[in-house]
Design a protein around this ligand. Structure first.
Ligand code: ADP
Ligand code: MG
Length: 344
């Protein structure tokens, strides 16, 4: 075939694949937007594992009618304007492409009302075609409805797992965000039934109870690596909860990291936490951990991948050492800790 420019809708569908891999990726982008909008309540409704319907309702800042069309455009964002802004990212979003990507592979409706306006407005998009924004009754905040995800992308549909698998991916993701934002009240339903909820009382412990149950939550000890390097802005501050060696899981999936309140996946960070359990946990047993890392954003690169769950640290060894030390300290403060030897 000769080289040809792709039709815009085909190009958009291909580009969307980087951001929107499965229903949980849509949920992630939508709740990140809700968090960036300062919401204190976020509700997520799913039908058929998110393929039929994903609806995220928040009570955040809302979007004025005249900005609704822009919200759906690619590279349109209210969060970054010049390239130097990438050095100091304080929001979860910054690429301005999530809503555009979702609109390329699903039917999207935005209904929104900013706090200080009398009336709301709505707009919709289907296969990348955006309607006009029109006035509409809306509570304060934003409701984004995503229907028939991937129905026009059969190649992607083929790779999705069962409804239950997709629901559990969404559920796991929402648990992670709830752990990172204990001050936000999350409510999640699937097929009309509530599957997860948090009180939004600002206490990480309350969320731990909802995610892991009271028994495990009571087996967790607080991590607070703050006493050293108090005034050093370059030094990562490490806080959170880790399980006593008596409570453990058979996989590493319950070790969660948040860097400047962004959920990230990192082998390096996992290795640091597990290193602190050296000789305390038998092999094949893994701790439960929720670790919040605060670090000067200029020591971070979050723009590694469109999904933004991968990050790079400028001083990786320092972060590793801080986590290892803070976790170890938390574990050793425990008085009657069983100290059996790991079989090697
Ligand atoms: P990004 O988050 O990278 O800026 P998005 O495509 O996710 O890009 O969103 C585009 C813009 O739409 C955001 O910058 C924001 O101004 C607006 N927006 C999206 N979702 C919400 C929401 N739930 N509440 C308020 N504004 C929103
Ligand atoms: Mg976004």
């Amino acid at each position: 075939m000769p080289i040809r420019q792709l039709a815009p809708d085909v190009a958009a569908k291909i580009a969307a694949g980087e951001v929107v891999e499965r229903p949980a990726s849509v949920v992630k982008e939508l709740i990140e937007n809700s968090i960036d909008a300062g919401s204190t309540q976020i509700r997520v409704d799913l039908m058929n594992g998110g393929l039929q319907l994903i609806r995220v309702t928040d009570n955040g800042s809302g979007i004025p009618l005249e900005e609704l069309p822009l919200a759906l455009e690619r590279h349109a964002t209210s969060k970054v304007s010049v390239i130097d802004d990438l050095e100091q990212i304080h929001s979860l979003g910054f690429r301005g492409e999530a809503l555009a990507s979702i609109a390329a592979v699903a039917e999207v409706t935005l209904l929104s009302r900013p706090r200080d306006t009398e009336q709301g407005a709505q707009i919709s998009a289907e296969s990348g075609r955006i309607s006009n924004a029109t006035p509409a009754a809306s509570p304060v905040g934003t409701t984004i409805t995503v229907r028939n995800l991937f129905s026009a992308v059969p190649a992607r549909l083929k790779f999705l797992k069962s409804r239950n698998t997709e629901v559990s991916h969404c559920h796991h993701l929402l648990e992670q965000y709830a752990l990172a934002y204990p001050e936000i009240r999350f409510t999640v339903t699937s097929e009309g039934k509530q599957i997860f909820a948090t009180p939004g009382d600002g206490k990480l412990f309350s969320v731990l109870v909802q995610v892991y149950g009271l028994q495990i939550a009571e087996q967790m000890v607080e991590v607070d690596g703050d006493d050293e390097h108090e005034d050093d802005g370059e030094y990562p501050r490490v806080k959170g909860f880790v399980s006593r060696p008596s409570a453990y899981k058979s996989t590493r999936q319950h070790i969660s990291f948040f860097v400047n309140r962004r959920w990230v996946l990192s082998r390096m960070l996992t290795t640091a936490v597990e290193g602190a359990y050296h000789s305390l946990l038998l092999s094949g047993r893994h701790p439960i951990a929720v670790i919040n890392i605060q670090i000067d954003p200029s020591f971070l690169d979050v723009n590694v991948h469109p999904a933004k769950t991968e990050i790079r640290f400028l001083k990786e060894r320092r972060v590793f050492a801080a986590i290892l030390r803070a976790t170890r300290k938390a574990l050793l403060q425990e008085p009657e800790m069983p100290r059996w030897k790991a079989k090697s």
